[in-house]
Design a protein around this ligand. Structure first.
Ligand SMILES: [Zn+2]
Length: 285
């Protein structure tokens, strides 16, 4: 029976189960890994990050209203998203202009959540988590690209630098954590990179392989700082590289056997609160 002082959750937006499996990335897969159910956005027919992360934090499926109440605008929003239409030319541009007319302004932001999350019931630390300290750097960069302020190459370069900075931020912030049961660190940039680079499989695979290496470094740092920890990796959906859209299932992995095994992304809420309640933590295999 091993005791754990901390649950560390590395939340990676759009980390794809199938690709992790195909590349056999051992650090990402850990001791146990699987697909998990995530809420599907009713209007778009796919999971969207805003809904899924809100549901993860609150522990039940909710849909976060990032859209207009106008059915027309919702319909128009769905088109470029579903078909990956470039919003700078032709039909996509027409849609963007119409949306602007209706007063929808970008860059996008996660709105505030007005429900309690597991952060409210635990001694916890969040690093760049949506609805908390998420810095919106990917949204801001995307906004510049969509408004033709930067080229596609500048966008890709900018995303790479956000990725590198984020990796460093997680490790640096470990030093400033005290008296904590739960740490959640969130990275959005992989989602964006997949939307931009999904036709270039080798580029995406390089990021996955790099992430796998990074996880082993991060895990060692977490262990050095906190001793034995439950280390969980979770994603809000995967990516369909044929269609260029989100796929329907999320991903999780854990360095210990989680009991009960999570089936849905909302199950982590109970797992976290249970862990905190039993100060001795979960038993390891
Ligand atoms: Zn996402």
């Amino acid at each position: 029976m091993r005791t754990y002082k901390l649950i560390f959750i590395l939340a990676i937006d759009a980390l794809d189960y199938e690709l992790v499996k195909k590349l056999n990335l051992k650090n990402l897969k850990q001791l146990e890994y699987n697909k998990i159910e995530v809420p599907i956005n009713e209007k778009l027919g796919v999971p969207i990050s805003a809904d899924v992360w809100a549901s993860f934090l609150i522990g039940k499926n909710i849909s976060v209203n990032l859209q207009s109440s106008s059915n027309l605008i919702n319909f128009l929003l769905k088109i470029p998203y579903a078909f990956n239409i470039d919003s700078r030319v032709g039909f996509g541009l027409k849609i963007k202009k119409m949306l602007k007319k209706f007063g929808i302004s970008f860059p996008a932001r996660f709105k505030g959540l007005n429900q309690k999350t597991f952060f409210d019931y635990t001694n916890s630390k969040e690093i760049n988590v949506p609805y908390y300290s998420f810095d919106h750097s990917t949204f801001d960069l995307g906004y510049k690209y969509n408004n033709e302020k930067i080229s596609i190459n500048q966008l890709i370069k900018g995303l790479k630098s956000i990725y590198e900075d984020r990796k460093k931020q997680f490790i640096n912030q470990l030093n400033s954590v005290e008296d904590t049961n739960v740490i959640v660190a969130y990275m959005h940039v992989i989602d964006y990179l997949q939307h931009i680079l999904f036709m270039r499989a080798s580029k995406i695979e390089q990021y996955y392989i790099d992430l796998d290496d990074y996880v082993s470094v991060l895990k060692r740092q977490v262990k050095d700082s906190f001793g034995e920890v439950i280390f969980i990796i979770v994603s809000d959906h995967g990516f369909d590289f044929d269609k260029g859209t989100h796929s329907m299932m999320g991903f999780y992995s854990s360095n210990t056997h989680l009991i009960p095994r999570p089936k849905k992304i909302t199950d982590f809420y109970g797992i976290i609160l249970d862990f905190v309640k039993k100060s001795n933590g979960l038993s390891s295999s």
